[in-house]
Design a protein around this ligand. Sequence first.
Ligand SMILES: NC(=O)c1ccc[n+]([C@@H]2O[C@H](COP(=O)([O-])OP(=O)(O)OC[C@H]3O[C@@H](n4cnc5c(N)ncnc54)[C@H](OP(=O)(O)O)[C@@H]3O)[C@@H](O)[C@H]2O)c1
Length: 350
Amino acid sequence: MASASATTPTLPSTQTVWKIVRKGVPAKALVKEENAPVPKKIPKGNVLVKIQAASLNPVGYKMMRMAPNSFLKRIAEYDFAGEVVDANGNLQFKVGDQVFGSIPVGESFKTGQGALAQYTYVPAKATAHRPEGITPNEASGIAIVALTAYTALYHIGKLEAGQRIFVNGGSTSVGIYTIQLAKALGCKVYASASGKNEEFLKSLGVDEFYDYTKQPIHEALVQNPPSSKFDVIFEAVGHAYIPLYTHSEAYLAPNGTYISVGPTPDGFSETLSLLWNFFMHPKWAGGTKRRFEILRINKTGELLDEIAKAITDGKVKPVIDSVYKFEDVLSAYDKILTGHARGKVVVEVS
Ligand SMILES: NC(=O)c1ccc[n+]([C@@H]2O[C@H](COP(=O)([O-])OP(=O)(O)OC[C@H]3O[C@@H](n4cnc5c(N)ncnc54)[C@H](OP(=O)(O)O)[C@@H]3O)[C@@H](O)[C@H]2O)c1
């Protein structure tokens, strides 16, 4: 979205932020700090953004739970939408530009910056112009989950028109983008969620729905495999779900790929069985004969522009579960921690 004005605004010297100060659940880990400094020295390659909205991601609370000491005393969360207030010499942005993006977790470690702030600086390469026709609240929830869906579909799965994908966790925010992008590509999409989300997922274009509360999904797929096996299985819940992989020869094509968003860092036994299956019990020793990949986002800048274009072209629509005020951040965390939000949990900052 183009800038309304190129005049550098006068910035306050202090601001309100939500800071991680100790390890634990959000209610224990976070404090609201009302006199935090507004950053003055912006490192090269970063822009200063006045935050309009921030969206929560599971990585936010997972990091609080397992935070090493070096991770403390920094502002929480990563995904944002806002307005550039200091372009800091980055030629692709100017003051007043309406933007969205995500502070990479590693950057947040280094700089202490986060999205639950009134002002934050963010790498220009992790920032893009907000597409026309969507609100800051909608834009705030795009970056991490859309980058994840893009990485799974295009970089790892290399999905092509006419192929079949199974999305475990179709109503996760990651799943919602994956389904829409796969449908836009012309694929047949199968997805799981609890029964209450069946109509919603079908409205996104899902061809076949599986209710995980009725029967374990791998059992349903073994008993009733698709007429042609899947080209990609994307495990988008984040609980490893080992049996979905270990039974996959029944429903994943021999040259297909099983992609996992990764087990929860605190799911110790799942992580152990994952390690056992993939490193101690390889294919030659009778392990599952299917390619397995754990997803890592490794590209941001240009991809965010592509995602913005997909939104402008109407291929993808952001979905919001709920919106909270800046002072109600802890209630927003209560919602995402249920594990049953349908779309993004948004915090309105200004
Ligand atoms: N590796 C990476 O770089 C990366 C990047 C982004 C996200 N992630 C991970 O990806 C996962 C999803 O993130 P998100 O933000 O999309 O999550 P989210 O939006 O908070 O997910 C909530 C959804 O999960 C569904 N769900 C819960 N249990 C399920 C189950 N057993 N089977 C199917 N659906 C289930 C719920 O549907 P129902 O209400 O119907 O149960 C709900 O709609 C998280 O673990 C996150 O940490 C990893």
